[in-house]
Write a protein that binds this ligand. Structure first.
Ligand code: PAF
Length: 275
């Protein structure tokens, strides 16, 4: 496995390739990321993973400075997972000058849910992902469904800009108790880690209620929010939405329930596609 740090080195390493599969990450990898690399490997071409903590998608009060940077460990895991090239640019490599050109995704998709609570987040994500796509020029790119809204925003970006890239969504990796794997789980204390499972449990309860015929979406959302709040969480949202565009739910359409909540100082997100 090769580790490259500059765009020029990356282009040289990929010269002549037209079948590259790409997994963008911010590092601090866990089994969820490695399962995305596995999906990328199934595509047969060279697999590139990027590791870049993208300042543009963090608000000033968020955890950009403390976000865990574990490059050596990450590269070891990626090598074992069968990655061919790690692209780990420094900020100077990827943003040699302040990034004045930015990609603003449509408000109806990107200013709701995560975008409502993290204004500018998806502008930062789209800008870096488009730039990474331009560097890697992949045929396929793999994103986790854990960041469900991000996956939808990227899919729409690729469609609207006619980028010749197939976007593949990988299933959310979960700990045995159901907690969605996330780099931010490492911020949890032992007691918080034990409590953290309640977020996915709340989503499962909604899934069970919908399966049993419940259609009062607002009541289900409110009950889940108040249940979490009663346990000491600070929920930002629990929202049942149409899968295709995250619009208001309608019976008979494929739905997804998405949630974000703070436990102590750690903000966790999760989602579940409803059957
Ligand atoms: O999902 C992430 O880790 C990031 O948002 C991404 C896609 C690597 C862009 O920085």
């Amino acid at each position: 496995m090769r580790i490259v740090h500059s765009v020029a080195e990356l282009r040289q390493a990929l010269a002549g390739q037209s079948n590259t599969a790409f997994v963008p990450t911010m590092g601090n990898l866990h089994d969820g990321h490695l399962s995305l690399v596995k999906l990328a490997r199934e595509r047969g071409g060279p697999v590139v993973a990027s590791i870049f903590v993208n300042r543009l998608q963090f608000a000033p009060h968020e955890d950009f400075d403390t976000y865990p940077r574990t490059l050596e460990r990450d590269c070891g895991l990626l090598a074992l997972a069968g990655c061919d090239i790690v692209f780990a640019p420094s900020e100077k490599d990827l943003y040699p000058e302040p990034q004045g050109y930015k990609l603003h995704p449509p408000a109806e998709l990107a200013d709701i849910l995560e975008g409502h609570f993290r204004p500018g987040f998806f502008t930062g994500v789209c800008t870096v992902v488009l730039k990474l796509f331009n560097c890697v020029q992949p045929r396929v790119a793999v994103f986790g469904k854990k960041d469900y809204q991000q996956l939808m925003v990227i899919r729409r970006m690729v469609d609207q800009l006619a980028l010749p890239i197939e976007i593949v969504g990988g299933e959310t990796g979960r700990a045995p108790d159901g907690l969605a794997l996330s780099s931010r789980n490492g911020y949890l204390s032992t007691a918080e880690r034990a409590e953290a499972v309640q977020l996915s449990a709340a989503l499962r309860r909604i899934e069970a209620a919908v399966r049993a015929g419940e259609r009062d979406w607002a009541r289900l959302e409110a009950e889940a929010m108040s249940g979490l709040a009663a346990r000491g969480w600070k929920p930002d949202y629990v929202a049942i939405r149409r899968r295709r565009d995250l619009g208001a739910p309608a019976d008979g359409e494929p739905l997804v329930v998405l949630a974000a909540a703070k436990l102590g100082s750690t903000r966790l997100i999760d989602n579940l596609e409803l059957a």
